[in-house]
Design a protein around this ligand. Structure first.
Ligand SMILES: Cc1cc2nc3c(=O)[nH]c(=O)nc-3n(C[C@H](O)[C@H](O)[C@H](O)COP(=O)(O)OP(=O)(O)OC[C@H]3O[C@@H](n4cnc5c(N)ncnc54)[C@H](O)[C@@H]3O)c2cc1C
Length: 269
């Protein structure tokens, strides 16, 4: 039997209790990063910023991995922004998906990077590294975000300049979008790199603690009176950014107990 590029096997049954959706587009950014979109099941509801478990129908018991839904809750399709891990049980196959292939998805979305988990405030900070930008790609396209916050600042830090492209193109598209474009004038993107030459260099925590981030943006330092935070990155980035926000007096919240900042892992180390 011949398998297609993402190693799909038409003879294997779709596991019970999952959605089976078709890939509608794929775009590769670097040899480590790509995005793809799939059809959205009509009954699937989620809050912008949540994640869901996805897999490929390539085994009797497919490997499922958590993925932030990068599209907003109003979108007719679902978008994902993905790493390609060499030899990774899911992504060594997922990186080969093509239009028309099937992606399987568990039915229950969840997550803490949702507007409901934050108390109202003036300025929302979204701190991301690498694929940690994915939940914010959803939230910056959701009009609710701009109803709740006057100003939204998305920070995205990567090693290299090409890894910033997904976020840069997205922010430009959001500002031109007929639905959210007008309110998204309140959105600002702050990029920094940790390896390549770039106007803003360094880890976001260092830029926060030194105050350079606030100088570069022309905003006052973070204060619990006005500012709210969301963080998505590696465990080390979460730990350091969380401690920087706590240093400014912010307190971690959750769905059950909204407060002034929330965190989610971008992946398990
Ligand atoms: C809540 C949550 C949301 C997630 N959302 C996304 C998402 O939107 N996009 C995405 O690409 N991944 C996301 N992940 C990671 C994802 O679940 C998988 O780990 C990833 O797709 C790789 O799967 P794999 O089976 O190929 O390799 P795995 O066996 O899962 O991972 C192998 C190793 O690769 C590294 N790694 C895994 N994922 C990443 C990553 N995203 N960035 C850098 N290094 C990584 C880690 O060191 C990991 O130990 C999320 C994880 C969690 C917990």
């Amino acid at each position: 039997m011949s398998l297609d590029t993402a190693q799909q096997d038409p003879e294997l049954p779709i596991p019970a209790g999952v959605f089976a959706e078709k890939v509608t587009s794929v775009e590769h950014y670097t040899d480590r990063l790509f995005k793809f979109r799939i059809t959205r099941p009509p009954t699937f509801r989620f809050r912008s910023g949540e994640f869901v478990m996805i897999g490929l129908p390539n085994a009797t018991k497919p490997v499922f991995r958590a993925y932030s839904i990068a599209s907003p809750s109003w979108d007719e399709e679902l978008e994902f922004y993905s790493i390609k891990v060499p030899g990774g049980p899911l992504t060594e196959h997922l990186q080969k998906v093509a239009v028309g292939d099937t992606v399987v998805m568990r039915k229950k979305p969840t997550g803490t990077l949702v507007n409901d988990a934050l108390l109202p405030g003036k300025r929302l900070w979204m701190f991301s590294t690498g694929t940690g930008i994915a939940p914010f790609a959803s939230l910056i396209r959701d009009p609710d975000t701009y109803e709740k916050f006057e100003e939204v600042i998305l920070t995205h830090t990567c090693r290299d300049v090409e890894e910033l492209k997904y976020g840069q193109e997205l922010v430009a598209a959001v500002k031109d979008d007929p639905l959210v474009g007008e309110c998204a004038q309140a959105l600002r993107l702050y990029n920094s790199t940790t390896r390549a030459e770039f106007p803003f260099r360094g880890r976001i925590t260092d830029l926060m603690v030194s105050g350079k981030l606030f100088e570069d943006l022309g905003v006052p330092p973070i204060s619990p009176e006005t500012d709210r935070g969301m963080i998505c990155g590696s465990m080390a980035m979460l730990r350091d950014t969380k401690s920087a926000l706590e240093g400014f007096g912010l307190v971690e919240g959750s769905n059950n107990r909204p407060d002034t900042f929330v965190v989610e892992r971008a992946f398990v180390d």
